[in-house]
Design a protein around this ligand. Structure first.
Ligand code: NAD
Length: 447
């Protein structure tokens, strides 16, 4: 054990540019230690447990974990990041608001080389989101991009060069059923326009490969269910690309809710939208998109309402407004406002639009507290705070974490806190079907 934080910090030579002290304990020792080490004025109120204090300390290079009011976790005797994580988990010392993994990352503790199974992925559809996923996968430890499927030979060549993909792992839309004979590919990630997902996922399943499918998984719940059934029949897993289900601040709010920190949850607001550009894009084509903003961006509010409230809705009301009938043709929604009612009595009030920018906000309110996120579902950094203060989890590349987690789900049967399986995708589509029906009829639709 070290005699001071200074001694401890210098012994492990942590190198972090800015310091946030996270601590538990509010007693005499904590106060003395903080005063002596960080020049905190005598009358500084030491915040309660789970709080944080920005320090002006010259030792701005460490995370201090004060446990039981007196113990500094002694890193010196921990040879590796794994030891550090084990000590944290085993002793129930981990700070509730920082996932242990990110605590280790923030503390500058070096990763050990990953030695577990690796999910070998081929991407189907090499458009803009696929490019983002591919770049992010460079950061993944448990998933690797090994193959591509595309209708454009020039794109295949580009991707081969960029990601070192062997010729034998390249397919086009006509021949990718042959992937069944390729033992070097475990899963296919379908990242094409929504209207193509069903047929493509079913072909992937029939080829005996696991499928990851972008959201929305299909054009409606019936199609989604057919995909789930096909994957079950083929004995492969089907996951939907819900990256927010692995985002640390989102998970923290879900954990807080599960721990009762908001009390009885009463209300959720989800605002999701952006101003759509190019009128010729597939997102404005009913056949390929399945609708308009609701299918593309409103789905985040639907899905978010469910994971933030933690229940399944039992009724839906909806109202559609259209100001531009040239851009938003029949069956392509511009703006829909909708409400979801939950069994506990909680209500979600949401907006989905292709007509306004700066809409990416979640708000959850309960009897004892609240959580607010803005941005709430963009690529990040996500920002959030609750009645207890700001959420300070470090930003992660969503798609890198998603692919690591999906690898564990597929290869090691890991159960995520919020599901990402095909059934989860179908639940959202059932609600979206009901939203469209409610907007059309003007009636409340029961689920
Ligand atoms: P995109 O237009 O950039 O890419 C679509 C790709 O599909 C292109 O490579 C295109 O060549 C190919 N394609 C194959 N057949 C096509 C056809 N008949 N018409 C048009 N394109 C065809 O689109 P995107 O933004 O990459 O979106 C793809 C999917 O990813 C959608 O389902 C979308 O909802 C989803 N997405 C998810 C996120 C997320 O954050 N999870 C973000 C963006 C997009």
């Amino acid at each position: 054990m070290y005699h001071s934080i200074k001694e401890w910090a210098s012994s492990i030579r942590l190198n972090i540019p800015s310091l946030t002290i996270k601590f538990r304990g509010n007693g005499k020792h904590t106060k003395t230690l903080l005063r002596s080490e960080f020049l905190i004025a005598k009358d500084t109120r030491i915040p309660h447990m789970n709080s944080e204090l920005k320090s002006t300390s010259p030792y701005s290079s460490l995370i201090v974990i004060l446990v039981n009011d007196c113990t500094i976790i002694n890193y010196k005797h921990m040879k590796s990041r794994r030891d550090f994580l084990q000590q944290l988990s085993a002793s129930a010392l981990a700070l509730p608001f920082l996932p242990i993994e990110s605590l280790a990352a923030t503390a500058g503790i070096k990763d050990e080389p990953y030695q577990g199974p690796i999910l070998r992925v081929a991407i189907l559809g090499l458009g803009s989101y696929a490019s983002r996923v591919a770049e992010a996968m460079k950061e993944s430890k448990k998933a690797k991009l090994v193959g591509v499927i595309s209708g454009t030979p020039a794109k295949i060549k580009d991707w081969q060069a960029k990601y070192n993909i062997p010729e034998k792992n390249c397919y086009n839309y006509e021949n990718y059923d042959n992937i069944k004979n390729n033992p070097d590919i475990d899963a296919v990630y379908v990242i094409t326009p929504n209207g193509l997902h069903k047929e493509q996922v079913i072909r992937v399943a029939k080829a005996g490969k696991h499928a990851i499918c972008e959201k929305p998984m299909a054009l409606n719940a019936k199609e989604g269910q057919e995909m789930v059934d096909a994957c079950k029949k083929a004995n492969v897993k089907l996951l939907v690309g819900y990256r927010m289900h692995f985002e640390p601040k989102t998970l923290e709010i879900i954990n807080m809710r599960n721990n009762g920190e908001f009390g009885k949850v009463l209300f959720f607001q989800g605002l999701c939208g952006f101003k759509i550009g190019d009128p010729s894009q597939w997102r404005l084509n009913k056949k390929l998109a399945g609708g308009g903003s609701m299918m593309d961006i409103g789905i985040y509010a639907v899905n978010g309402a469910r994971y933030m409230i933690g229940e399944e809705p039992v009724w839906v009301t909806a109202h559609e407004t259209k100001t531009n009938t040239t851009l938003f043709k029949e069956g392509v929604d511009e703006t829909i406002q909708f409400e979801l009612g939950f069994p506990s009595g909680a209500v979600a009030s949401c907006l989905s639009t292709y007509a306004m920018n700066n809409l990416d906000r979640f708000f959850l309110n309960g009897e004892k507290g609240f959580a607010e996120m803005q941005p709430s579902t963009g690529y990040g950094p996500i920002k959030g705070h609750t009645h207890k203060g700001e959420l300070t989890h470090p930003h992660v590349t969503h798609q890198a974490v998603q692919m690591d987690e999906m690898s564990s789900i597929i290869l090691e049967n890991k159960k995520p806190l919020v599901p990402v399986d095909g059934e989860e995708g179908v639940r959202d589509l059932k609600i979206i079907d009901a939203i469209y029906a409610a907007a059309k009829s003007g009636q409340k639709v029961k689920l």
